[in-house]
Design a protein around this ligand. Structure first.
Ligand code: A3P
Length: 291
């Protein structure tokens, strides 16, 4: 992931109207069209910075406790099929050889997802988070990770976020697509703010959705291992950065883990502008968030 002069790559490209970072190359996006989905896959679909690593950890610990996943914890518990960060083999190719059940994560907007996701109907877990906290988390993500283009100011991030020029594209398109699918049997739509309120209840709900019966003790243990503090201490997500050549102290994956942290970053004017944008996007959809 380096340029010829030894600096890190931070370039982006536009594919079908959406901006992508260099590590989501056109070839991988094209490959999604024929990517083979398995009915027993578990897909984690999220808008970036909405709690992806958190739900991955919960699902992984449940499948591990139920005996569906065996062996040591891999560095990458849920590879992104559209990513090709380093080495000659893109993730989508590597995933074709992975044993079932595969855990697969993606931030892709619906139009880029493998068509087989609809046909094979694997279990899909969606996590949505209020867009103000997503924006702040995104800003820190882009400005801490050396392999992503940083923003000169939070206002610049907000402009891109609300216009959909941000990498991976529009928040409303993403969240509303899965919100409309919330009642389908293979979809579990959850919110970050609810997970914060009741982690044990979340683990129980995910267990039921996955069709796994764990004891109360196992459920409590999974929840215990998936608190913010436990995940920060165990550095699972950060270790993944190490293989990408990023100093683990520089990773923004376990940053604050709060609801409402946006209040320290938004000006009143910025907040009002986002309120307007938010209401225009989601009013009338029955979806709402806690801020
Ligand atoms: P903050 O930057 O607001 O702290 P993603 O995994 O989609 O990139 O999302 C990252 C966000 O989820 C970060 O938010 C991170 O701190 C938060 N997060 C990760 N694990 C968490 C946990 N166990 N509990 C609460 N928040 C968590």
């Amino acid at each position: 992931p380096f340029n010829e002069d030894g600096s890190r790559r931070t370039d982006t490209h536009v594919y079908d109207g959406v901006k992508f970072p260099w590590y989501v190359p056109r070839t991988s996006l094209e490959a999604m069209q024929s990517f083979e989905v398995r009915p027993d896959d578990v897909w984690i679909c999220t808008y970036s910075k909405s709690g992806t690593a958190w739900i991955i950890e919960i699902v992984w610990k449940i499948l591990s406790a139920s005996g569906d996943i065996k062996g040591d914890e891999p560095l990458d518990k849920a590879p992104y099929p559209d990513f090709h960060v380093f080495g000659p083999v893109p993730n989508h190719e590597m995933l074709t050889k992975a044993p079932s059940p595969r855990l697969i994560a993606t931030h892709l907007l619906p139009k880029f997802l493998p068509p087989q996701l609809l046909e094979k109907q694997p279990k899909v877990l969606y996590v949505a988070r209020n867009p103000k906290d997503v924006a702040v988390s995104n800003y820190h993500h882009c400005n801490t990770l050396p392999n992503i283009k940083s923003f000169d100011s939070f206002q610049d991030l907000l402009n891109d976020f609300m216009s959909g020029e941000i990498i991976f594209g529009e928040w409303p398109d993403h969240v509303l697509y899965w919100w409309k699918k919330r009642d389908e049997d293979n979809v579990l739509f959850s919110k970050y703010e609810d997970m914060k309120k009741d982690l044990v209840g979340t683990v129980r709900m995910v267990c039921k959705f996955l069709g796994k019966s764990l004891t109360d003790e196992q459920i409590n243990s999974v929840a215990q291992q998936c608190t913010f503090d436990a995940m920060k201490k165990n550095k699972t997500r950060d270790n993944l950065c190490v293989i990408a050549g990023i100093d683990p102290k520089d990773t923004p994956f376990m940053r604050k883990g709060k609801v409402g942290g946006w209040k320290g970053s938004f000006t009143v004017a910025q907040s009002e502008k986002m309120d307007k944008w938010y209401h225009e996007a989601i009013d009338g959809t029955e979806l709402s968030f806690e801020f």
